[in-house]
Ligand binder design. Structure first.
Ligand code: SF4
Ligand code: SF4
Length: 298
């Protein structure tokens, strides 16, 4: 069964070879992430900054951080080896819109070298409205925003602070600003025809029930897909990785929530790839293409 049943032909044309937006495509087309954007402008309670951003990635892994120059060399090397490569994404390991100069430099150079590659980013949304026009100019046609709440009273339990307008905001103020910026970003993307996926991290006891409301609101603002991911909570190098010690959902809890959202273009095949993932979904070849493996001549 596909979650994409009610998508019009024009939209289908844009997503059909994107492995993350199309469940069918993920068997045939490959994506690659380059970890060029380490800086982040918010704090999620479930992030300890040592590992990849949970916007898109499986927490608890550290990706190979690259400069834009190194990233371009890596993309060219991979394109030569992986014929199915169709998408280049920047998913942190921090925030691609906040660490904008590096994101932009990488996309511009890759687009010059490989004009037919599709570009996508994932972001927490806070800086997104500042860059939507540039994203449109650069032909970035897929954006993922992580939206864990649409009510600042839920948000205060997830975000201890954000950095916005040259200063740090905390409490309800922080959650309200983040929420408003995420909604504005969604609307701006929809106006420009940029396809948008919303990721939500399901945190039992914090936002699990609330994600039903999130689903309604983001659909109403033009999100094409909604991807509910489990909080992954583990002991990693002696640190409890989770919202102030919060457990992740059991598989049956995630399934039950996804079932309640059924019929709403839900993405179920997301693998929470690393910020430096390469290849078909579920078949990460990132380890074959570390910088050390890439010849200098490229
Ligand atoms: Fe960490 Fe990503 Fe949250 Fe930033 S947006 S604090 S990098 S999980
Ligand atoms: Fe696609 Fe999910 Fe992997 Fe992102 S994390 S590349 S959306 S499967």
């Amino acid at each position: 069964s596909t979650a994409l049943g009610d998508i019009d032909p024009g939209t289908w044309d844009k997503i059909k070879n994107h492995p993350c937006f199309s469940e069918e495509a993920h068997h045939y087309f490959a994506r690659m992430h380059v970890a060029v954007a380490p800086a982040c402008n918010i704090q999620c309670n479930y992030c300890n900054r040592k590992y990849d951003c949970a916007n898109e990635s499986r927490p608890g892994v550290a990706s190979e951080k690259l400069t834009p120059d190194q990233a371009v060399r890596k993309v060219i090397a991979v394109a030569n080896e992986v014929p199915q490569l169709s998408v280049l994404g920047i998913a942190g390991p921090g925030d691609a819109c906040y660490d904008w100069k590096k994101t932009r430099a990488t996309f511009e150079r890759v687009a010059r070298e490989i004009p037919d590659i599709r570009l996508c980013i994932s972001t927490n949304g806070l800086s997104l409205p500042d860059h939507v026009d540039e994203l449109a100019e650069m032909n970035v046609d897929h954006v993922t925003i992580t939206i864990n709440m649409v009510d600042p009273r839920v948000g205060v339990k997830i975000y201890p602070w954000i950095y916005y307008g040259q200063r740090r905001h905390t409490g309800i103020d922080a959650a309200r600003i983040l929420h408003e910026r995420q909604m504005l970003g969604l609307e701006m993307l929809a106006e420009r025809g940029i396809l948008t996926k919303v990721n939500s991290v399901m945190i039992p006891g914090v936002n699990d029930e609330h994600l039903i409301e999130v689903n309604k609101v983001v659909k109403g603002r033009g999100a094409l897909l909604h991807n509910v991911m489990p909080l992954i909570s583990n002991r990693v190098h002696g640190t409890y990785y989770g919202l102030t010690g919060q457990r992740g959902p059991e598989a049956f809890e995630l399934q039950a929530l996804q079932d309640r959202l059924e019929g709403t273009k839900l993405m179920r095949h997301c693998r929470q790839c690393r910020a430096d993932a390469i290849g078909l979904l579920g078949d990460d070849r990132g380890h074959e293409f570390t910088l050390a493996e890439i010849p200098d001549g490229i």
